[in-house]
Design a protein around this ligand. Structure first.
Ligand code: MEV
Length: 423
């Protein structure tokens, strides 16, 4: 490893190529790296450079398309950007097994985002709370003037709520929530600007001091819901169903299991969020905060048997995604992903993503409750290992199959198999 300094003055003023050269020099990399990194694939270098600071290249992640999904009676193809094998296959399998029972039915609580303004140094916080609430009309006016475009599309300020919290160091805090309908935008920029515009007035009205002005990622006014039924025939009978119900209950009562269970859900959710250029971290933060809302970290899905004994699954989680703004607009691949899904609104996108999360969870629970996760995982993982061992073209499939047959998916064994194959 290089011992050069990470203090590179004027780095951000360099062109992307110059930055890359600098990094190669400072990190002591092989100069060949510049060919690899200089190829930005299907994202033009100028676009990448305009998206983030200090860009030196791009990172390609495969996009797979999950088939078989029926969402609200509509056949829908699902583009998924993920580095993990089995994720796309899991959605295809779950969706195939509930096609005959109608696929996924979805709904949404609304497209409301929350921005928070933190007020401190108020000796009479309850009094201040009412002072803020009295100014609802003025707050609405400021918010709506801050984002007239949102207003034009039917969005804008909807409500104000004020909570008093007790900080052990800071003392009483008066927290104002601006509730804003952000329609087809994810809305982070819109609500952050509104919070910044309203904050000085809150300070003036109450005589306190405002600190933070930022959205909440616990977007619990923007819940996407999906449900589906899997017949006993489709899943392979009562014992599979009961195993899956036991797996679900395990997650719902044990945070150690719930973290893994919800991670599986996010395998599906984040892959679509990423493919469509949305903010994976915003959705992930909201999901996990929502999962802990009862005071214990629990499952984002719920599973039950219906009156005929069939397996029913439900998911409900915050889904702050948009169709306009940010990378959804500027990244050409994101635009194509949205075209593949043929979604017409952020609401439809959010609901479809929830259905993908439920599908993902179905497959994970089924695999875990029956053959275990490794069998399916290894078949796809074997291809990765074959490539790592140097296999190319048709060799990949052959070596991967042999690895699975041997039950040993290891690079050293893949290398041996490849050597044999090549004689
Ligand atoms: C692996 O990425 C995801 C699973 O661990 C999810 C789960 O355990 O439910 C298989």
């Amino acid at each position: 490893m290089s011992t050069s300094s990470s203090r590179i003055s004027g780095f951000h003023n360099l062109t992307m190529t110059e930055r890359l050269e600098k990094v190669i020099e400072v990190a002591g990399l092989n100069p060949d790296v510049s060919d690899h990194m200089g190829n930005t694939g299907n994202l033009a270098a100028e676009v990448a450079d305009s998206m983030i600071e200090n860009a030196i290249g791009t990172m390609n992640i495969p996009i797979g398309v999950a088939t078989n999904m029926i969402v609200d009676k509509q056949d829908t193809l699902i583009p998924m950007a993920t580095e993990e094998s089995s994720v796309v296959a899991a959605v295809c399998n779950a969706a195939r097994q509930c096609r005959d029972s109608g696929g996924f039915i979805t709904s949404m609580s609304g497209s409301l985002m929350i921005a928070q303004v933190q007020l401190v140094d108020v000796p009479n916080p309850e009094f201040a709370r009412l002072q803020i609430l009295e100014h609802k009309a003025e707050i609405k006016q400021i918010c709506d003037e801050t984002d007239p475009v949102l207003l034009k599309y039917g969005g804008g300020f909807r409500d104000v709520e004020v909570r008093v919290l007790e900080g052990s160091h800071t003392g009483a805090m008066v927290i104002t929530h601006l509730i804003v309908d952000t329609r087809d935008a994810m809305g982070a920029n819109a609500v952050n600007s509104m919070a910044e515009a309203v904050a000085p007035l809150i300070a003036k009205w109450t005589g306190g001091r405002t600190y933070l002005r930022i959205l909440s990622n616990l977007a619990d006014r923007r819940l996407a819901r999906a449900r589906a039924t899997w017949t006993l025939d489709a899943i392979g009978g009562e014992s599979v169903r009961d195993g899956m119900l036991a797996a679900y209950e395990f997650a719902d009562i044990d945070p150690y299991r719930a973290a893994t269970h919800n991670k599986g859900i996010m395998n599906g959710v984040s892959a679509v969020v990423l493919a469509t250029g949305n903010d994976t971290r915003a959705v992930e933060a909201g999901a996990h905060a929502y999962a802990a809302q009862t005071g214990r970290y629990r499952s984002l899905t719920h599973w039950e048997a219906d009156q005929d004994g069939n397996l029913t699954g439900m998911i409900e989680m915050p889904m702050p995604v948009g169709l306009i703004g940010g990378a959804t607009k500027s990244h050409p691949t994101a635009r194509i992903a949205l075209d593949i899904m043929a979604v017409k609104s952020a609401d439809q996108l959010a609901r479809t993503i929830a259905a993908v999360g439920l599908a993902q969870n179905f497959s994970a629970l089924k695999a875990l409750a029956t053959t275990g996760i490794q069998k399916g995982h290894m078949a796809l993982h074997a291809k990765n290992i074959a490539v790592m061992a140097g296999a190319i073209g048709a060799e990949v499939e052959t070596v991967a199959k042999d690895l699975v047959k041997l039950g040993k998916v290891r690079v050293d064994i893949a290398e041996d198999l490849l050597n044999k194959l090549r004689g």
